[in-house]
Design a protein around this ligand. Sequence first.
Ligand SMILES: NCc1[nH]cc(CCC(=O)O)c1CC(=O)O
Length: 329
Amino acid sequence: MAVRIGTRGSALALTQTQQTADTLAAVGGFATELVRIKTEGDVKTGSLASLGGTGVFVTALRDALLADRCDVAVHSLKDLPTAGQPGLTIAAIPPRADVRDVLCARDGLTLAQLPAGAKVGTGSPRRAAQLRAARPDLEVLDIRGNVDTRLGRVPGLPGNAQDAPGDLDAVVLAAAGLTRLGRTDVVSEYFEPEVMLPAPGQGALAIECRIEDGPVREPGGSGHATGEGVLAQALAAVDDADTRLAVTAERALLARLEAGCAAPVGALARRKGSMLHLDAVVCSVDGTRSLRLKKATDGLTEVGATLLGIELAEELLAQGAADFADLGA
Ligand SMILES: NCc1[nH]cc(CCC(=O)O)c1CC(=O)O
């Protein structure tokens, strides 16, 4: 019987779920079948920030797993609330894609080349704050919708109809989504993490399943003791230890800040040799205040990564991050 893989219906979700399904099928030697699940985030309109609550894209997929309507769900890790779901486990975190945010501007313009007053769209307070910090003279607008809808608002981007009207000069998106969709031709600039720190978990996927179907995880360890089933073995095989460590640190920071998915918080952990380095920024949404700190650890275990995230969050809080940033957003 085929392993049922739950997915949202957006082009990005379908693409990344299909790619993950193909990898699992190849590694595990079993058949897979995609099951489409509608989520609250797909149904409601209004700004993403105003939808409120974390995980609008996630709840329906989790419900489907718990109700045995699918066996596996593939999430964008940055959309996954830091609180786990009883009965489910993040069974695998595959190797991370490009973590950067990108500018998709008309006429191939870079951020520095956009004229004063140019309209830049993003639904993310984190991106808005870092954009405003870099270019206070821009008009940053709150937008939402799937990747194609956002790109469609910038006239003349590759892939948009020639005569399509657009109301924005640029939008900011994640490189990872565009890469998965094969749409990096719309990118006019890749933002290095020094300019814009990505969201915790950006560029990574989380493969979730019911606990009893997943690999048996070693608490405090960095690896897996593999469970019995073919699905558990395939999940353990696609898990990437360095990506798991990095996102563990980023998400521990977010959790300790008690910050929601729409909070103006950027974080990026990277392993270099025997050290795990974590950079984090907390901003006021108007871009006038920000606090950016970094910290490293040689504790390359999930416990070490978690402590790194908690300690850096506590340093941010001790220096007043909660006073100027709306962490509850
Ligand atoms: N919030 C929507 C979302 N969730 C994950 C991605 C991109 C892929 C990723 O970061 O893994 C996107 C679109 C975007 O931010 O451009």
